[in-house]
Design a protein around this ligand. Structure first.
Ligand SMILES: Cc1cc2nc3c(=O)[nH]c(=O)nc-3n(C[C@H](O)[C@H](O)[C@H](O)COP(=O)(O)O)c2cc1C
Length: 202
């Protein structure tokens, strides 16, 4: 009989999930996609949602601080970055704005520069010790795929220095006319199930 080589994690381990939320609408279309994904969260999961529109992170100033020192010269994202470094699963949840991220969320992405500088200016490898898994959930008003693939590409590029593996993405296109379809919700649900099922194993 074939046996799986996968080793289940200890029962007591529950995943910590950090959600970076990029829509100005608390319960909009992008949130609907996230809710479908979140149905897969195990009962004991701890979930923290960082809403970029509520928190209004400062943009990166390219001041050069992180090329010489640990961290950032601005401290508004210290708590978020601590959570980002220690979470098990990171979920990027965003609408597409002009084929990219909404500005407050883009500010967070740019502030990941501290890790890029740690790696390439200060030689710290890896700049984040803990390997983590990421998922991307995104919506766009049109039927166009360009914005969604651009978001995925941009985050994947950032993730290479963040010790973060993008395990998958779920998208809802055409939300302006059709809203978030049952098919899109199902895709988000299935992605959540896959990610948490994989996470149950070392
Ligand atoms: C400023 C702005 C820019 C947008 N740019 C795009 C775009 O480039 N491509 C697209 O398909 N939809 C675009 N949209 C539509 C949103 O992506 C879409 O309505 C999204 O599902 C909204 O999600 P929400 O309800 O969570 O805010 C844009 C909307 C706004 C407000």
């Amino acid at each position: 009989m074939l046996r799986s080589k996968r080793k289940p994690r200890e029962q007591c381990e529950n995943p910590s999930v950090l959600v970076l939320y990029g829509s100005p609408h608390k319960r909009g279309k992008t949130w609907q996609l996230y809710e479908a994904f979140s149905q897969a969260f195990p009962a004991g999961a701890s979930v923290e949602v960082y809403s970029a529109y509520e928190e209004r992170p400062e943009p990166c100033l390219d001041c050069g601080y992180c090329t010489r020192h640990e961290g950032c010269s601005q401290h508004d994202l210290d708590g978020f970055m601590r959570a980002f470094e220690t979470c098990d699963i990171f979920v990027l949840v965003t609408p597409v704005y002009y084929n990219s991220f909404p500005a407050p969320l883009k500010a967070v992405i740019d502030r990941f520069q501290r890790y890029y500088s740690a790696r390439f200016s200060r030689g710290i490898k890896p700049p984040i010790a803990k390997p983590r898994v990421a998922a991307i959930l995104a919506t766009c008003g049109s039927g166009d795929r360009d914005g969604l693939s651009e978001i995925k590409n941009q985050f994947k590029r950032a993730a290479t220095v963040l010790n973060c593996t993008v395990a998958g993405a779920a998208f809802a296109r055409g939300t302006d006319e059709a809203g978030v379809t049952e098919k899109a919700l199902d895709g988000a649900r299935k992605l959540g199930e896959k990610i948490f099922e994989d996470w149950r194993f070392e």
